[in-house]
Design a protein. Structure first.
Length: 228
């Protein structure tokens, strides 16, 4: 296997991407967790990576446990709960830099929910799938227009360095819309391979001979064991 294709993501002391987001804001100045959350929300980081805000304190404690953050101040104001201010350690700076390098340089297999839907699309008939894809395309086009307008408005306010993730997200959404249009054109135009057989299966319940053997693939093989 090609080394680049087969490369796995490095195992991180704290593997939650929220940990990277925390390190990248605390590297600028020490903060308490509530402030970290406020800064991350203000910068829209929950749109760039999967963030579960309820796990923030756990992530911060784990970063401290592994020596990537350290408590630099602790105090209480009035009746408020005690707040600990955390700063990044030198190990934390190295971890943030190394993690960022990996994310930029190494493509990883990250299946999406849309891919999952496509993988079982055959469970529905083509005459049901096509309207669903048209619905998706309509929503995508609305999202694309909204994101394009937002990006243009931000161009006059922010350096491009802080907009590249929005540019990428827009480009990926546009690419998905183009692909869905292409698939719809095949379904609507009748050029999708084995379309009649797919439609017949949902009408009769019988798999065509050419597809029946695929349904049996792996059926006689021994499944994975608990040790696998």
């Amino acid at each position: 296997m090609n080394e680049e294709v087969g490369r796995m993501a490095k195992r991180r002391p704290v593997g939650n991407l929220l940990a990277l987001a925390v390190l990248t804001v605390v590297v600028q100045r020490p903060m308490h967790p509530y402030e970290m959350a406020s800064v991350l929300r203000a910068r829209g980081k929950d749109q760039d990576m999967p963030i579960k805000w309820g796990s923030l304190y756990t992530v911060v404690r784990n970063l401290e446990k592994h020596g990537l953050l350290e408590a630099v101040e602790s105090g209480r104001q009035g009746a408020r709960p005690e707040r600990t201010v955390y700063g990044v350690t030198e190990a934390g700076r190295r971890e943030a830099d190394d993690w960022t390098r990996e994310l930029l340089s190494t493509p990883l297999r990250e299946p999406s929910s849309f891919e999952a839907g496509l993988s079982v699309m055959g469970g529905l008939g083509p005459d049901e799938v096509a309207p669903l894809l048209r619905q998706r395309l309509e929503l995508l086009e609305g999202q694309i227009e909204t994101e394009r307008q937002a990006l243009e408005a931000e161009r006059g306010q922010l350096p491009r360095l802080f907009l590249v993730e929005s540019e990428y997200a827009l480009a990926m959404r546009e690419a998905q819309a183009r692909w869905v249009r292409s698939l719809l054109a095949e379904l609507d135009g009748g050029t999708f391979p084995d379309l009649d057989a797919w439609r017949a299966y949902h009408r009769t319940g019988d798999l065509p001979p050419g597809l029946a053997h695929l349904a049996e693939r792996g059926g006689t093989e021994e499944g994975p064991t608990e040790e696998d």
